[in-house]
Design a protein around this ligand. Structure first.
Ligand code: ZN
Length: 165
């Protein structure tokens, strides 16, 4: 890939405030994210940021930057869930998805889960995250408003299909 200088901060700024550098969740997502991404042919290497927001969302941004909201990390709960979430976003970068439609999301789910597994994380992390998110949505549909992904039920169904294949 040709070296590109893409300013990172404007895109991040539009999404929200970053957490303090000493936030314990930040070192945790960086450590998990590095485990998944360092062996991959991504240039520049992936960087990980955490946004001070209770909403549940995750982004793959130009320059191989992955940003998660605190709401998403709390919902993910354990390392496997966080790895599932990060694997999905890293897969978007690896597959160079420009346009985002359901096909790209399902592909990122499938490839991302594989990346998380190869890095040593439980393969059910993404599934558990999506199930938790689905429960949250049933309780408060408001949480969906800013979520940039297809319906979780559809994604769970697709993951189930891949499971058999
Ligand atoms: Zn996605």
């Amino acid at each position: 890939m040709a070296p590109q200088r893409i300013p990172l901060h404007p895109s991040l700024k539009a999404l929200g405030e970053r957490v303090r550098a000493e936030d314990p969740f930040l070192s945790r997502i960086r450590s998990i994210g590095n485990k998944i991404s360092l062996a991959l042919p991504l240039s520049p290497p992936c960087r990980f940021e955490l946004l001070q927001s209770d909403r549940v969302n995750a982004y793959a941004l130009p320059g191989n930057l992955v940003a998660l909201t605190l709401g998403a990390v709390r919902l993910a709960g354990d390392d496997a869930g966080i790895a599932g979430l990060l694997g999905h976003e890293i897969a978007h970068l690896l597959l160079r998805h420009r346009r985002r439609g359901s096909a790209q999301e399902f592909e990122a789910d499938r490839v991302g889960r594989q990346l998380a597994v190869e890095a040593g994380f439980d393969r059910d992390g993404l599934k558990n995250f999506l199930e938790g998110f689905d429960r949250l949505l049933s309780a408060s549909p408001d949480a969906l408003r800013s979520f940039s992904h297809p319906p979780t039920r559809q994604r769970l169904e697709k993951l189930g299909l891949f499971e058999q294949g």
